[in-house]
Design a protein around this ligand. Structure first.
Ligand code: SIN
Ligand code: FE2
Length: 209
């Protein structure tokens, strides 16, 4: 679906309910090996309102030292679990790139106050490859701006199974999550024992050699 913003594509309900449930089961298992942790902001060390973990060869990390990518979980020091095939298939369907994703960032919005401030995804060398995001569980209010922080913004809702692609001229647009709509989905409850929202962001990090 076109959003009216060049390079920003929204595919509502692209992932079926059956595949969503399968993914949450796979995530539950991955999160036993790579437990979600509360990252801290660069410089201030302020804790985020969300929890995070990663899948794939490289994980995105936020710590008082800064943002970046690393091959191991910061607490267990173990490599991140593999990205499930279902997500690799989703990447191929949408991105049609020979370069597979190297990072699947898992954002857990598991408190009613969880949100994510406006930011750009720009820690990747492969800025020519789009970012693909999948929403699971509760609906959120997603906000997108321009290429400068002070540009005007607009918002729309993302529901469970919705896929959003930020590529081309939209790859570096500011974006964030204003809030989640608690209790709008029961997807996570059955498998994880709590509600909330999970966002999966698939990214290519390095340029091909
Ligand atoms: C992100 O920008 O990393 C997350 C966006 C979302 O949760 O939908
Ligand atoms: Fe982002």
């Amino acid at each position: 679906m076109e959003t009216g913003i060049e390079g920003l594509h929204l595919y509502p309900g692209q992932v079926s309910a059956t595949h969503q449930r399968r993914l949450v089961a796979a995530l539950a298992e991955a999160m036993r090996a790579a437990p979600p942790y509360r990252p801290r902001m660069p410089r201030t060390g302020k804790p985020w309102s969300i929890r995070q973990t990663n899948l794939g060869p490289l994980g995105w990390l936020s710590s008082p030292e800064g943002y970046g990518y690393g091959p191991v979980h910061p607490l267990t020091q173990e490599p991140w679990p593999a990205i499930p095939q279902l997500l690799l298939d989703l990447w191929q369907e949408n991105i049609k790139s020979l370069q597979g994703p190297e990072c699947c960032l898992v954002n857990l919005y598991d408190s009613p106050k969880a949100r994510m401030g406006l930011h750009q995804d720009r820690d990747e060398a492969a800025l020519d490859t789009p970012v693909l995001s999948l929403s699971l569980g509760d609906t959120c209010v997603f906000r997108v701006g321009g290429l400068a922080r002070s540009d005007p913004t607009s918002s729309f809702k993302l529901a469970s199974g919705d896929v959003l692609v930020l590529g081309g001229p939209a790859r570096l647009r500011f974006h964030g999550v204003d809030r989640i709509v608690p209790g709008s989905s029961r997807l996570l409850d059955d498998t994880l024992g709590h509600g909330g929202r999970i966002n999966l962001t698939l990214r290519r990090v390095t340029k091909p050699a």
